[in-house]
Write a protein that binds this ligand. Sequence first.
Ligand code: PAF
Length: 289
Amino acid sequence: MQIATTRDVLRNALDVLRQQGAGRIALVPTMGALHEGHLTLVRRARTAADHVVASIFVNPKQFGANEDLDAYPRQLAADAAMLEGEGCALLWAPQVEEIYPAGFATNVSVAGVSEGLCGAARPGHFDGVATVVLKLFNQVQPDMAFFGEKDFQQLAVIRTMARDLDLTRPHVGAIIGVPTMREVDGVAMSSRNRYLSPAQRGSAAALPAAMQAAIAAIENGSDVVLSLERLEAALIAAGFDSIDYAVLADAVSLAPLKALGDTPARLLVAARIGGTRLIDNMPAEPRSA
Ligand code: PAF
């Protein structure tokens, strides 16, 4: 696996890959600190494309002033070994100056879908995500790109950007969401789980359990507001400190729903335990399903 840290090296390496086989390239963008969830994205990408390019870039523009960019785990050598083990062809691992050179002045902002849920608690976060993902798409020009559904709002923001800006590499239909990988107790895999104490990690299992219970209730006709209140109460009883949001939303626009309709819906939750903010989401079947 080649590791490119400059755009010139990246461009040459991509030219070589495109000349091999059918040359279809899949991009798996990451911020490193890889876990099984990321490796699943690489495996899915390998089945769909001829070559997988992964990127590792801890993107300063998606960290808020109160979020500790410096504390974000960085383990490039270990991550590179994992990616190589999964058959990744190329790793794009630029320094900050390579992505944001002096004078960088552009911001990509996707209104609406970026604004509620995590966007409300993390102002500017999705602008940072959209800006860097558009840059990564332009640099790698992949035929397809893979993202975890764990960050469901992020996926919706990226798809909206691709649709609105008529992106072709990749086009919106080639932005693939991969279902969340879960631990045996149902907790969504996340780089943040490493910040949980053993007791907090035990309590975290209440999140997927309470979400499944709420979805079952809503799909069986229970009132949405009441079901979400019960979900929040179950999390507090299990040891969570606070709930940022627990929302049933349209799965595409992420507009909040008061009841299931005919189109796909999603239950999205963010809750805090100790200093750690956990997010999760699950599908809810539309009424006609
Ligand atoms: O999901 C992530 O790891 C990041 O938000 C992404 C998509 C790589 C952009 O920095």
